[in-house]
Design a protein around this ligand. Structure first.
Ligand code: ADP
Ligand code: MG
Length: 378
């Protein structure tokens, strides 16, 4: 690490050429040598295999991928805890290898797990402690803590010891801690992992409210989280970005049909010409295929594959009404991020998660990596 270049670069200022970008990543890779006992003589693991992306200021950017995809490795490189094997990353124009100190000043980073707060101190005291560690003066700490405790809805509990906090409250305090020194960029590694659903919702609301004042890069293996929070998502699998775009772009590109599933009411009866109904349903141009199967309960389920569910539903209802067939339920299935992952990788997301679980002795459990190990890994 060329620490001597840091000061020089700092006086020159950021080296990036796109001031509206908080992060610019180009062809970033990282390999590890698997440990064999005390030695690093084992096989090479290519954790990140050449990824590129930009994060515009004031937005939430998500790295979505199954366990072992390379998410944590990526953000450790961005936050200078790991040296890239090759490629470049600029944070606010500063290079993670050449301008390490300046990069760290731009960043507030949250890694998964419970560590990093003092249980015996109360919420406000924790912020004071970390503010002093960052070199802030007490007046600035007091002002910033008041703002942040309000932002993370912990004003009322600020004088209670952190040991009495729920996991969700701790995570919110953690996020306040990452924002203390007014970083330009906040990096959150799986911010809701291990939280109960209600606490996860609160943390997501908090994250959603960080923009546009802050810029957020988060990793997650939760499709729903990525969907609701992120302006843009990079889907990462086995160290590569396999698809990237806004949630709606990714879903629209997923190579799956939209489906309308109509549960038919009472048995349409003997007079019903099933084949003729299917033919009529298939006639409109936006409907590609119709099938009738036994439904979950007694009824029949009509599955209509179509390019446009709104127009398709209109047509289908008209045909069924004319044929005098009653309807018990309607379900519309639009492509999801799961479908986007499947289209991009040929595997189900769940399957990808369990692949790693089977394979993975080196799997990084949330919060398992200590910062000392990280330093040693650099
Ligand atoms: N320090 C390390 N030594 C060896 N292999 C590692 C190390 N850290 C991560 N890996 C491997 O790199 C791959 C990506 O890991 P990681 O970045 O933690 O994935 P994610 O955060 O997406 O779950 C995995 O196969 C993991 O086992
Ligand atoms: Mg991880």
């Amino acid at each position: 690490m060329a620490a001597h270049s840091t000061l020089k670069t700092a006086t020159i200022g950021s080296t990036g050429n796109a001031p509206d970008l908080a992060i610019e990543v180009r062809n970033l890779t990282r390999s590890f040598r698997k440990r064999k006992g005390w030695f690093r003589s084992g096989e090479l693991v290519d954790a990140v295999r050449g990824i590129s992306f930009d994060v515009p200021r004031g937005t939430i950017f998500g790295i979505l991928g199954p366990n072992g995809a390379g998410k944590t490795t990526t953000i450790k490189m961005l936050s200078t805890l790991l040296v890239p094997t090759s490629g470049t990353a600029l944070i606010n124009g500063f290079d993670v290898e050449r301008d390490e100190l300046m990069v760290r000043r731009q960043l507030g980073v949250l890694f998964g797990g419970d560590k990093g707060l003092y249980n015996q101190l109360n919420g406000r005291e924790n912020l004071r402690y970390f503010g002093r560690l960052y070199g802030m003066d007490d007046a600035a700490i007091a002002r910033r803590s008041a703002e942040l405790l309000a932002k993370v809805s912990l004003e009322d509990r600020a004088t209670e010891r952190v040991e009495s906090y729920s996991r969700g409250m701790k995570q919110r305090l953690h996020i306040a801690k990452t924002l203390l020194h007014e970083p330009i960029m906040t990096i959150l590694d799986e911010p809701t992992i291990g939280l109960d659903p209600a606490a996860a919702i609160e943390v997501r609301e908090l994250i959603a409210n960080l923009v546009p004042e802050h810029t957020v890069l988060l990793t997650t293996h939760d499709m729903h989280e990525a969907d609701v929070l992120c302006r843009e998502i990079a889907i990462i699998d086995r160290g590569l970005i396999v698809a990237q775009g806004s949630p709606s772009e990714l879903k629209a590109r997923a190579d799956v049909d939209r489906r309308i599933i109509i549960t038919l009411g009472d048995d349409p009866g003997r007079g019903w010409d099933r084949a003729a109904t299917i033919r009529r349903l298939e006639a409109p141009p936006m409907i590609s295929q119709v099938s009738i199967d036994p439904g979950d309960d007694a009824g029949l389920a009509l599955t209509i594959r179509c390019t446009d569910t709104t127009a398709g539903l209109d047509e289908a209802l008209a045909v069924l009404r004319e044929s005098g067939i009653g309807i018990r339920g309607i379900e519309i299935r639009e492509p999801s991020l799961e479908d986007a992952f499947l289209s991009a990788t040929g595997r189900e997301f769940e399957e990808a998660e369990s692949d790693v679980a089977k394979d993975g002795d080196a799997l990084d459990k949330p919060g398992a990596a200590s910062e000392l190990t990280d330093e040693a890994d650099r």
